[in-house]
Design a protein around this ligand. Structure first.
Ligand SMILES: Cc1cc2nc3c(=O)[nH]c(=O)nc-3n(C[C@H](O)[C@H](O)[C@H](O)COP(=O)(O)OP(=O)(O)OC[C@H]3O[C@@H](n4cnc5c(N)ncnc54)[C@H](O)[C@@H]3O)c2cc1C
Length: 538
């Protein structure tokens, strides 16, 4: 044996075999047939090239490296400069700025407010879906600006002052908006806010108090809530200002590249928005759009988790065969893929309701937004956990990206309405706006007759929705199950109309007929191989 051969044989253990290549330098849009079809179907076909161009960047090794770096170098709060002056600045890693710049320049935060063509919300939703597959951190500020424009349009003078800069696709000159509502003693219950607003003349107020969660506190203009003599009222204020102090950054489970803070106001100048004492009504617009984005964000993260799991299982063999071809694993992956496709199809359909103000769309939107926000966010975290498991030990290390997804996706369950709050919102809409139930059912009924399991589910749901509502304690007790059944009806209806038969039939079998408590419990007749081929078109 030569010296070289001897050395090679000693080092044989360093040869890497049976490890999948990274899922990088690929086009996540081209690989996602469900998203492509939804974009075209819901009126965003004209934006295909725009979406494709962004997707190619998002799937590149360069973008993945930026996301990885921004996650490792988390933001740092600088409260004072070297001379002791209060500055309240956040130092972000240059890679976080790279991601923020990319989104602003591609109008991921603003497209529908600059592009009046119908379908702009659908195009933008598709871009946002894809961006969340890179990193959800920069997507939070995108969502806040997206929502800030319709919020400001309720006050034309405010919109005239800010809209042009909020929507500028120029990272160095655009204005970032913010929102600070949550306080220590109450987040969901915003009426419990204790910050006070004192009039100082000429239409101005001074705010004094605190906010317990305030994300990306580097904005120039922001909405907040405070008490006046007439109750909780909405205000708009500017920063930087000495009366706005960042107390500390949150050490968060996920979204780690993004700064979320606790802030205090000390006689911070602000202007009132909307009617005094009706602050929560004024910010509904902000919550509607950020709620839509929370839903899209989780849908995008689910998609990335499924893509990673399918990719890994295709390239990794165990016990003599690729994992993806082994029945127990095929069942798991197919089940995850169904969940992801159902979320994508429903989310992009909902985005169309933001493009169309006519007919039943507003009533459909009111209910479908809450229903889907509840259910998709509920499914996101368990899906990410199962997808992580598909990678085995490789899924449990930080380099794999699954750990980040596993943490980040959980945010969707809390942000913009946690599960119970949303389920109760559905009850409220059903009780106060009966046209919403009719519009929701009408959309579901478009698939009537397509599958007996769906027909049975819809029949039972219709009876429950049209019956006189239960008294409140009973209704609240059962709220989650009702919302879940509504979400499944909508998702099944859309899949039956728009996806291949092997997808919709498997969904009806696995979600309406049998409901296993873990993923990977689809009945035997399901065509798992066909679902997996469609799930990652690479
Ligand atoms: C990363 C991150 C960023 C954030 N950024 C911002 C921001 O920029 N600006 C901002 O204003 N806020 C922000 N928030 C705050 C977020 O919006 C709140 O955490 C959320 O609204 C929930 O409020 P809470 O934390 O007070 O929970 P609570 O309201 O105390 O709710 C706790 C639990 O009780 C449940 N619950 C509440 N009411 C009922 C009821 N009537 N019946 C049954 N169950 C109920 C809820 O569903 C929840 O599960 C952020 C939060 C996070 C995690």
């Amino acid at each position: 044996m030569s010296v070289t051969e001897a050395a090679e044989s000693r080092l044989a253990t360093h040869r890497v075999v049976n490890q999948p290549p990274p899922l990088a330098d690929y086009d996540p849009f081209a690989a996602d047939l469900a998203l492509q079809e939804a974009l075209d179907r819901e009126g965003g076909g004209w934006g295909r090239e725009r979406v494709r161009e962004l997707a190619a960047i998002l799937g590149s090794t360069e973008a993945l490296e930026h996301a990885r770096r921004a996650q490792r170098n988390i933001p740092v709060l600088r409260t004072h400069d070297r001379y002791g002056n209060r500055v309240d600045e956040i130092d972000y890693d240059p890679s976080m700025h790279w991601m923020l710049r990319l989104g602003v320049e591609r109008q991921v935060n603003t497209l529908p407010w600059r592009e009046t063509r119908e379908g702009a919300h659908v195009v933008r939703a598709s871009m946002f879906h894809l961006f969340n597959q890179l990193d959800t951190g920069p997507c939070c500020p995108f969502a806040i600006n997206y929502a800030a424009v319709p919020t400001m349009r309720q006050d034309p003078a405010l919109a005239a002052a800010w809209e042009q800069r909020l929507t500028l696709p120029d990272y160095d000159r655009f204005a970032q908006a913010g929102m600070a509502f949550t306080e220590k003693q109450g987040g969901s219950d915003l009426r419990a806010n204790s910050t006070v607003a004192e009039p100082v003349g000429d239409g101005w107020y001074e705010l004094t108090g605190h906010k317990w969660f305030c994300t990306h506190p580097v904005f120039e203009v922001f909405f907040t809530l405070a008490q006046t003599d007439n109750g909780i009222t909405c205000f708009v204020a500017n920063r930087p200002h000495p009366g706005f102090r960042i107390q500390r950054l949150k050490d968060k489970l996920g979204g780690r590249c993004l700064a979320s803070s606790e802030v205090e106001y000390d006689h911070l100048p602000a202007r009132m928005l909307g009617e005094e004492g009706r602050g929560t009504a004024f910010i509904v617009e902000q919550l509607v759009y950020t709620r839509l984005d929370t839903l899209i964000a989780v849908t995008g993260m689910m998609r990335r988790a499924v893509a990673e799991a399918v990719w890994h299982a295709r390239h990794r063999a165990a016990f003599g065969a690729p994992l993806a071809e082994q029945p127990a694993m095929t069942n798991v992956l197919a089940d995850l893929a169904l969940e992801s496709e159902a979320a994508t199809v429903a989310t992009i359909r909902l985005a169309r309701a933001f493009d169309e103000a006519a007919g039943e769309e507003p009533a459909f939107r009111r209910l479908a937004l809450a229903v889907l926000k509840y259910w998709v966010c509920k499914r996101g975290a368990p899906l990410a956990a199962e997808a992580l498991e598909c990678l085995g030990g490789n899924g449990y290390v930080e380099e794999a990206f699954m750990a980040q997804l596993y943490r980040d996706i959980q945010l969707g369950t809390v942000w913009e309405g946690s599960g119970n709050v949303i389920a109760l919102d559905v009850l409220r809409a059903l009780a106060r706006e009966p046209e919403c139930a009719a519009a929701f059912l009408a959309e579901c009924e478009l698939a009537a007759g397509a599958d007996p399991r769906f027909d049975a589910h819809l029949h039972s749901l219709r009876e429950r929705l049209l019956a006189p509502p239960d008294a409140l304690p009973e209704a609240e007790w059962g709220a989650r199950r009702l919302v879940e059944d509504m979400a499944l009806a909508l998702q099944a209806s859309l899949l039956l109309r728009h996806s291949p038969g092997f997808v919709s039939s498997a969904f009806c079998a696995g979600r309406l007929e049998h409901r296993g408590l873990a993923f990977g419990d689809l009945p035997r007749e399901v065509d798992g191989a066909a679902i997996l081929t469609r799930a990652l078109a690479l």
